[in-house]
Design a protein around this ligand. Structure first.
Ligand code: ADP
Ligand code: MG
Length: 575
C-alpha cells in the first residue's frame, strides 16, 4: 500500500524533485533524469543507466563517483522516453562516448535503442549492454530474453569502475558483457505492489504462499509454493543458482559477490536471518565470499519479497570491484576529495533554436499543424473506446496514452510553427513531444513514425508525394526495427505496413497524394479490423492472448482511425 501522494500523475516527477533536493552533493537534475553534480575527467566514458521509477535506489540513487554518470528516470514502472534518455546522455557525456546499461525490458530496449541511434547520428559514440540476470524469466538457451533485476548493480558497477579507470568505450562494453554473463539472480515475493493512487496491487499472492520468479514491475511469479522457513528459502535460492553456474566457472574455490536484495517492504532483520544460512551454504560449497551485500538495491515499489544474486568474479572483475563508490544510496570504500562540476548549460538549450526554413516549408508546416489538430480530435472522440479495447488483453491505457501523446505533439508542433519552423522541424518537435509524454509502447512507436516522416519533409520546399510516402515507409521500417513485431503479430504494424505499401504503390503509379492516402487509409482500416482474428505475439497483450480474439488490436485500430481522418483533411486541402 502506498499512502502518501498528491496527484498520482505527478508522483514520479515530485519524487525526483525531492530526491534531487536531498542529494545535490551527488546529482543535478536535467530534463529526463539526473547526472552527477561532481566533475568527470574529460574523455572518460559516461555510464548512463535508467528505467522506470519505483525501483529506488535504482536508478537515480546509483549516480555518483565510481558508479553511474547519469540516470534516465521514467514514470512509475514505465521506460523513460527516447528524448529523456538522449537528454540525460548528452548532459552526462564527457567526450569519451556513452555506455548504456539497464534491465532487459521491451519498452526500455525500444527507447534506449532509439536514443542510441539518435546520439550516434549526432556523432556521439554509444554502446549498450542490457542486464539479463533473472534465471527464472527464460531458459538458459534463451538467455538474451531474460529480464534484469538486482543484477543491474554488478553490471553497472563493473562498467562504471572500468570507466573510472579510463577504459575506452570498447573496453567498458567488454567488461560489462562479461559481468552480465557472470551474474545470475532469482527472486521470490510474498505480496504484490500497489502504485500510488491504485486501489489494488498489480498482483496478489495467497496468504501463506510465496511466488517464485517474480518480475520487478509487478509481473506475477512463474511458480508458487508455501512460504518456507528462512533457512528453507536460503536453500531454495542458493540451490537454484548453483544449478546454473556460468560457463567455465569451477564452484569450489570461486570468488562470489552475493547480493541479497529486498524488494521494498521486507525487513532487513528477516534478510539477515536468511543471509546467515546463505553464507553457510556458499561456504559449504567451497565458495570464497567477497563483499557481501544485504539490503535494498533494486526494489519493486512496496513489494514484500527478496532476490539473491551471485556475481562470479574473475581476476579483472575482482580488481574492478575494489573501486570506491559514493552515491546517494550506495557507498563502498572512500572516493576521497571530489571536485564539483561547473554548472554547465544544459542540453535543453539546443532544443530551443529553430533551424532556418523557407516559405514553402512554412506553408507545409501549417498543414502539419492542421493534421495534428485532426489527430487530437480523432483521439479525443475515441479515447474511451481505445481504452476499452486495450483493457481486454492489455492494460487499458491506450486511449489516455494516445491522448497525452497527441495533445503534447500538437502543443509542441504549434509552438514550433509559431516560431517560424519549417515542416520538418514542426513535425520533429511534435514527434519528440508525443514519444516523451505518451508513455507506453505505442507512444514510442508513434514517435518513430512521425520522426521518419519529419526527416523527409525537411525545412525547405514543398515535399513531393513520393517523399511523404517514402517517409511513411521508413516509419514502418523503423517501427519494426525497434518494436521487433512483424505483420501478423497483432500490433499496429498490421495496419501500418498495408498503409505504407498501398500509399507507395498508389503514389508510384502517379496518383496525387490525397487520393493515394485515402486508398491507403482504406487498406489500413480493413487490415486493422482483420486483427480481431489474430492472437497477439508481442507487447503486454501476449500474456493474455486468448482474451483478445474477436477484438481488434488497439494500436492498429487507432492508427486506422488517424490515417482515415488525416486523409479527409488532405482531400479538403489538396495543396
Ligand atoms: P502499452 O502496451 O505500453 O500499454 P499502449 O496501450 O499505448 O501501450 O499501446 C498498445 C499498442 O501498442 C498495442 O495495441 C500494439 O498495437 C502496440 N504495440 C505493443 N507492442 C508493440 C511492438 N512490439 N511493436 C509494434 N506495436 C506494438
Ligand atoms: Mg496499454
Amino acid at each position: 500500500m502506498t499512502r502518501l501522494w498528491n496527484d498520482p500523475a505527478d508522483f514520479a516527477d515530485e519524487m525526483i524533485d525531492g530526491f534531487v533536493a536531498a542529494n545535490t552533493r551527488y546529482v543535478r537534475r536535467v530534463p529526463g533524469g539526473v547526472v552527477r553534480s561532481t566533475a568527470v575527467p574529460a574523455g572518460h566514458v559516461a555510464v548512463v543507466v535508467g528505467g522506470g521509477s519505483g525501483h529506488y535506489p535504482a536508478f537515480g540513487g546509483l549516480v555518483g563517483p565510481g558508479l553511474a554518470h547519469g540516470a534516465a528516470m521514467g514514470n512509475l514502472f514505465a521506460s523513460p522516453s527516447t528524448q529523456q534518455i538522449v537528454s540525460v546522455a548528452k548532459a552526462a557525456d564527457a567526450g569519451g562516448g556513452v555506455f548504456f546499461t539497464y534491465g532487459n525490458y521491451a519498452g526500455d530496449v525500444l527507447n534506449f535503442d532509439a536514443a542510441q541511434d539518435r546520439l550516434r547520428a549526432d556523432g556521439i559514440a554509444c554502446e549498450t549492454v542490457t542486464v539479463t540476470d533473472d534465471i527464472f524469466s527464460a531458459s538458459s538457451a534463451e538467455k538474451h530474453k531474460r529480464r534484469g533485476i538486482a543484477g543491474d548493480l554488478t553490471v553497472f558497477r563493473t562498467a562504471a569502475a572500468a570507466a573510472e579507470h579510463g577504459y575506452d568505450l570498447a573496453g567498458v562494453t567488454r567488461v560489462a558483457a562479461l559481468a552480465n554473463e557472470r551474474t545470475r539472480s532469482i527472486g521470490v515475493a510474498f505480496t504484490g505492489c500497489t502504485l500510488p493512487g491504485a486501489d489494488a496491487p498489480l498482483f496478489t499472492v495467497p496468504e501463506g504462499r510465496m511466488a517464485i520468479g517474480l518480475g520487478i514491475h509487478g509481473e506475477p511469479g512463474i511458480d508458487e509454493t508455501d512460504i518456507p522457513t528462512a533457512d528453507g528459502l536460503a536453500e531454495l535460492l542458493v540451490g537454484r543458482l548453483l544449478d546454473e553456474v556460468p560457463d567455465g566457472v569451477e564452484v569450489a574455490g570461486a570468488r562470489v559477490v552475493p547480493i541479497l536484495n529486498g524488494l521494498g517492504s521486507l525487513k532487513y532483520e528477516e534478510m539477515f536471518v536468511v543471509y546467515r544460512r546463505i553464507a553457510q551454504l556458499l561456504d559449504d560449497a567451497g565458495i570464497e565470499i567477497v563483499d557481501p551485500h544485504v539490503g535494498e538495491y533494486c526494489t519493486s515499489f512496496d513489494m514484500a519479497g527478496t532476490s539473491l544474486t551471485l556475481f562470479w568474479l574473475d581476476d579483472e572483475l575482482a580488481q574492478l570491484w575494489e573501486t570506491s563508490v559514493d552515491t546517494p544510496a550506495y557507498r563502498r570504500g572512500s572516493v576521497g576529495h571530489v571536485e564539483r562540476a561547473d554548472a554547465r548549460a544544459d542540453s535543453a538549450s539546443d532544443a530551443e533554436v529553430i533551424p532556418p526554413s523557407d516559405e514553402e516549408s512554412r506553408a507545409t508546416a501549417a498543414l502539419v499543424r492542421r493534421a495534428l489538430e485532426t489527430i487530437v480530435a480523432t483521439v479525443d472522440a475515441n479515447v474511451e473506446e481505445l481504452g476499452r479495447i486495450d483493457s481486454i488483453a492489455g492494460d487499458g491505457d491506450h486511449g489516455i496514452g494516445m491522448q497525452r501523446g497527441s495533445h503534447a505533439a500538437l502543443a509542441a508542433g504549434s509552438a514550433a510553427a509559431d516560431a517560424g519552423a519549417g515542416a520538418g522541424t514542426t513535425l520533429m518537435r511534435a514527434a519528440d513531444a508525443w514519444a516523451d509524454r505518451a508513455g507506453g509502447t505505442s507512444g514510442a512507436l508513434w514517435g518513430v513514425i512521425l520522426t521518419a516522416v519529419a526527416d523527409r519533409l525537411g525545412d525547405e520546399g514543398t515535399p513531393s508525394a513520393t517523399e511523404v510516402a517514402a517517409g511513411i515507409a521508413q516509419g514502418a521500417k523503423g517501427v519494426m526495427a525497434y518494436g521487433k513485431a512483424e505483420v501478423g503479430d497483432k500490433t499496429l504494424v498490421d495496419a501500418l505496413v498495408p498503409f505504407a505499401d498501398e500509399l507507395n504503390r498508389s503514389v508510384g503509379s502517379g496518383s496525387p497524394l490525397a487520393d493515394a492516402w485515402r486508398e491507403a487509409a482504406h487498406a489500413a482500416t480493413r487490415a486493422a479490423a482483420a486483427t480481431a482474428d489474430l492472437l497477439p505475439r508481442m507487447g503486454r497483450a501476449r500474456a493474455h492472448g486468448q482474451h483478445s480474439v474477436g477484438t481488434p488490436d488497439p494500436g492498429a485500430h487507432s492508427l486506422a482511425l488517424i490515417v482515415t481522418a488525416v486523409g479527409d483533411l488532405l482531400a479538403d486541402d489538396p495543396e
